[in-house]
Design a protein around this ligand. Structure first.
Ligand code: PLP
Length: 410
């Protein structure tokens, strides 16, 4: 059997990958087993924001791997402090709990928020509530999928953890109405990634901040995908000049090499995670800390945040110029752009398949959105080439799917 057949036979069928077998990656490019070259337009959901095999991050990885990789938090290491100090400096928050995956950072946030509710806000035991947004994506644990409204994420996995209240995304008034004396936190993505790169109305985060202050509720932002430059700022909350009480980070924090995540928060919140209350065997290991620190340093040294803003604006305008009855909307921030196709004509999956034939790898979110979220190191000429390929795919699909249009323009 070839690699694709082996994977189909021996891997749980919990993904439906495009039929491409990748073997190598460098910068913004990927190669398959046949030697075909592809431009990476999804960056593993922001995990590869630095590009594949960034030399400096690879250097930090190999140097640290040779010295000490995993030791456990039963001891201190010389790597964890410097990493978390930097993380606190860039977030403007006080301290962090290091974990591995994004879902674990969110689980950590949920635990810390509930403890804060009981110990500091004096919510009666067992009653703490967290307000979340419809269309959310925060990971795949049983607790987290319990407050997802995506049927596929939930089907057959109940019973679910109580204590979550869902309100419409981007609706501050609905949040305020949902708050009770038992509300400990609001947990939202500043821009919803998996829901289709949904940008909320301007001012929403600011309103959430005010509501949280008014009602003594924590504002916790899940920036696992939006954070670390993806939207053209270090964090999406900076577009509205606010500061959350806690933030979940992951994906790009691992520099495209390792899973590294963290829950970063104000002192009063993080200090509730006392010895024995929470932990992770691999969380904060020296290898992850060394890679995480270098990942943060590279973002700064290579001005990748500023590049995301500049290149993202160019990409947004260029994609908007691809006019077609197949396309309903182009939206996004920084190098995080969703092109919404009209499901009356074509599914996003088909567009992704056609793009892959033209050397671009990306992934649909839901059925209608094609995402353009390349590594932040991407060059202008590469973006121009990608837009050209999308335009060619769109024209090709128009010819096949809209023959009547063909007649009109002929
Ligand atoms: C991907 C993602 C997660 C989960 O991260 P994993 O590393 O897959 O557990 C959580 N929140 C958001 C916003 C994400 O995009």
């Amino acid at each position: 059997m070839d690699a694709l057949e082996l994977e189909k036979t021996y891997c749980a069928p919990n993904y439906a990958p495009l039929p491409v077998v990748l073997t190598r990656g460098k910068g913004v490019w990927l190669w398959d087993a046949q030697g075909n070259k592809y431009l990476d337009m999804m960056s593993a959901y922001s995990a590869v924001s630095h590009g594949h095999g960034h030399p400096r991050i690879l250097g930090a990885l190999t140097r640290q791997a040779e010295k000490l990789a995993v030791a456990s938090r039963a001891y201190h290491s010389d790597q964890l402090g410097p990493f978390l100090e930097r993380l606190c400096r860039v977030t403007g928050l006080d301290a962090a709990c290091p974990m591995n995956t994004g879902a674990e950072a969110v689980e950590t946030a949920i635990k810390a928020a509930r403890r804060w509710g009981y110990k500091l806000k004096q919510i009666p035991d067992g009653r703490a509530q967290i307000i979340v947004a419809a269309g959310n994506f925060h990971g795949r644990t049983t607790t987290i999928v319990g407050f997802s409204d995506e049927a596929a994420y939930r089907d057959g996995f109940g019973p679910f953890t109580p204590g979550f209240v869902t309100v419409p995304f981007g609706d501050a008034a609905a949040v305020e109405k949902a708050i009770t004396a038992d509300t400990c936190a609001i947990l939202v993505e500043p821009i919803q990634g998996e829901a289709g790169i949904r940008v909320p109305p301007a001012g929403w985060l600011k309103q959430l901040r005010e509501i949280c202050d008014r009602h003594d509720v924590l504002l916790i932002l899940d920036e696992v995908q939006s954070g670390l430059g993806r939207t053209g700022k270090w964090f999406a909350w900076q577009h509205e000049g606010i500061q959350p009480d806690g933030a979940c980070l992951g994906k790009a924090l691992g520099g495209g090499i390792l899973p590294v995540s963290a829950f970063v928060a104000r002192r009063e919140v993080i200090d509730l995670l006392t010895p024995g209350s929470h932990g992770s065997t691999f969380g904060g290991n020296p290898l992850a800390a060394a890679v995480g620190l270098e990942a943060l340093q590279v973002l700064e040294d290579e001005r990748l945040i500023e590049r995301s803003a500049e290149q993202g604006e160019f990409l947004l305008q260029a994609l908007r110029k691809v006019r077609s009855p197949l396309i309903r909307e182009v939206r996004g921030r920084g190098l995080w752009i969703g092109v919404e196709f009209d499901p009356l004509h074509v599914w996003a999956r088909k567009v992704c398949e056609r793009l892959s034939h033209r050397g671009i790898l990306t992934k649909e979110t839901h059925d209608t959105t094609v995402r353009f979220a390349p590594p932040l190191v991407i060059a202008r000429a590469e973006l121009e080439w990608a837009v050209k390929q999308l335009e060619l795919v769109v024209r090709e699909l128009e010819r096949e799917l809209l023959p009547s249009l063909q007649l009109q323009t002929a």
